[in-house]
Design a protein around this ligand. Structure first.
Ligand SMILES: [Zn+2]
Ligand SMILES: [Zn+2]
Length: 263
């Protein structure tokens, strides 16, 4: 059985673990190393069972615990060439870190088939990931994206579990306390995905055969789990999802280890 486990997810930090049969990959490490290790141990996964770390991009809410973690667990780090160069140039990884540039057409990492796709975000070269497990299951994840491009849609389509950003509610963002430039940045095509766009994307993926979804990277200021869930549920029901269907949709917690998703 394949497992996806979100240790924490949101504008204040992101880290998730996925795997099966005792082998795991980590995606991002955006709080402290201590928070990541505590989360893994709480979920019964030893950091020693990790085989590598996939990085989406260099923003601090995705990498701030990475350097300390790598000193204790010197695992290979995977990402786009520009992201890895940024991490090295800004002392965000130890000088001895094993940085592995993602291959164009995907690659095998510790028994997982890993392919990345570009996401539209104000970072050096942000990526989403599609990971094939040995059991044949597939997980696809896109976080930190201002719009859903054809490439993102292709990267997510047909996966057994789709993890997608639902960052903000447009009304909350508009009325909220953020300065104008930050509101513009978040709502731009290179910012973050709003609940409505996330919901419509899930609906399209449902029609294309996906059956399990998780919403990630909710904003603390500009969203609530209820608003994100409501928008996505409405879209999924309109696309033909059965009301109350088990395990269809989950919102990942900002600060706590979310229940493991088996798929
Ligand atoms: Zn970002
Ligand atoms: Zn982020």
């Amino acid at each position: 059985m394949a497992t996806f486990l979100s240790l924490y997810s949101g504008s204040s930090g992101n880290c998730a673990v996925m795997g099966e049969n005792g082998r795991y990959l980590c995606v991002d490490m955006g709080k402290s190393c201590r928070a990541a290790v505590r989360g893994m141990e709480e979920a019964g996964i030893s950091p020693d069972a990790l085989e590598g770390i996939l990085i989406t991009h260099e923003h601090s809410d995705h990498v701030s615990g990475l350097k300390v973690f790598l000193k204790r667990w010197p695992l290979p780090v995977y990402g786009s060439e520009a992201t890895l160069a940024y991490l090295a140039d800004h002392d965000m990884v130890p000088p001895t870190a094993q940085l592995c540039v993602l291959q164009q057409n995907g690659q095998e990492i510790a028994g997982f088939e890993v392919r990345s796709f570009h996401t539209s975000h104000d970072a050096a070269d942000c990526r989403g990931y599609r990971v094939g497990f040995g059991s044949g299951r597939t997980l696809a994840m896109a976080t930190d994206l201002g719009q859903v491009t054809d490439e993102v849609m292709e990267g997510l389509s047909g996966a057994d579990l789709v993890v997608l950003e639902a960052n903000y509610d447009p009304v909350r963002l508009k009325m909220g306390p953020y300065p104008y430039y930050l509101k513009s940045r978040i709502a731009s095509p290179r910012g973050h995905l709003c609940n409505r766009d996330a919901g419509e994307t899930l609906a399209a993926l449902l029609r294309a055969g996906c059956e399990r979804f998780a919403l990630c990277h909710l904003s603390q200021e500009n969203n609530t789990p209820q608003l994100a869930l409501q928008a996505a549920t409405e879209s999924l029901l309109a696309a033909g999802a059965l009301p109350g269907s088990d395990g269809l949709l989950q919102v990942l917690s900002r600060s706590k280890v979310s229940p493991a998703i088996q798929f």
